[in-house]
Unconditional design. Sequence first.
Length: 210
Amino acid sequence: MPPDDSEVFDEDWYGRTLSGQSYSQVTFVDVDMTETTNEGSVFDQCTFRGVKFNASTHVNAAFLNCSFSRCSFFEAAFIGCKLLGSRFERCAFSTVRVDGGDWSFVELAGADLSSARLTGARMREADLSGVTAGGAVLRDLDLSGATLHGAKLAGCDLRGSNLSSVDPTTVELNHAIIGWDQAIQLVTALGLDVRPDDEPPADRRGQAGG
């Protein structure tokens, strides 16, 4: 295990088991973590540059306030993991899978999540501005306070997710899949008044003159 404030450079960790380990303020550069198994390990304020997480599995692990740059997550799986406050820049998320866990305050601005599957995770106040997620599955997510300005969610499955932070005028939602409650939420956000068909129209006579 590398000491705190150290650097791991150009090492082959292919298929390694990282279960139960702890790393603090360690920098990983060009490390191959393909098919690693990580169960319960903690990475605190670590930096990952050019790291391959392809086909890796992370269960109940934590990446706290970490920074990821130019990393690859092809077919990686995160199950019940915490990534609080972590930042991703120019990373590849092809067919990545997230099941549960806490991704609050994560920065994913501009990320391509078009083939990702994220379900049941907490993503409160996450920065998802400008993400491309057309055709992705983003179900049952807690997106309270998340930033979604300019997000491309056309054709995305959003059922069960909290869409209170979605501004339909700034987010692409063509053919997105949503539930009835979410539809009412989005229509209300557009300023429309949703009422049952059998409710009589409001009497607006006399309103103009006070």
